[in-house]
Design a binder for this molecule. Structure first.
Ligand SMILES: [Zn+2]
Length: 158
């Protein structure tokens, strides 16, 4: 079994749509980034790549690469998932925390679990997504940024 851990933070900007875990959770505000800014998927991708002792998401998808500007983070996760498969590993389980003042993660939990699990060739019952607020403290607490943490266990897939 291999264990991985990922973390990410993105600034909140006006306009557009906010994606978390591949699910649109907000209109009128977005997460800034070279991609669609899906902070949760980025943490998950780094956890998966980390478990495989691979380079991180920034090496796989450099923000200097104009050809991938605005890329869906779901496409990035699918790439990480195909690497996982090629290395002959499958998802054991995934545990995530999103730190955001808004939206309430519990409202989208099932959708997010389904979205991440299917990209990782797995089942939603192997994915946990928890929402936390920062109680108004720091930039995250003022809804100027959103953070995500993910830890993953990968098991040998024969
Ligand atoms: Zn990111």
């Amino acid at each position: 079994m291999k264990i991985g851990f990922g973390y990410d933070i993105h600034r909140v900007a006006e306009g557009g749509a906010m994606f978390l875990g591949g699910v649109e959770v907000f209109r009128g505000k977005r997460l800034e980034g070279h991609s669609d800014g899906d902070v949760l998927l980025h943490a998950v991708i780094d956890a998966v790549l980390g478990a495989l002792s691979m380079d991180d998401i920034g090496v796989l998808f450099p923000d200097t690469d104009q050809s991938i500007k605005g890329i869906s983070s779901m496409v990035m996760l699918e790439k990480a998932a195909s690497i996982m498969r090629k290395e002959k590993y499958a998802l054991g389980n995934l545990d995530c925390v999103v730190v955001a003042e808004r939206p309430k993660i519990s409202v989208f939990r099932e959708q997010i679990k389904n979205s991440i699990a299917s990209a990782l060739f797995s089942e939603p019952d192997k994915v946990s997504v928890k929402g936390k607020t920062k109680e108004g403290i720091s930039e995250v607490g003022k809804h100027l940024a959103v953070e995500a943490y993910a830890s993953v266990a990968l098991v040998r897939d024969m």
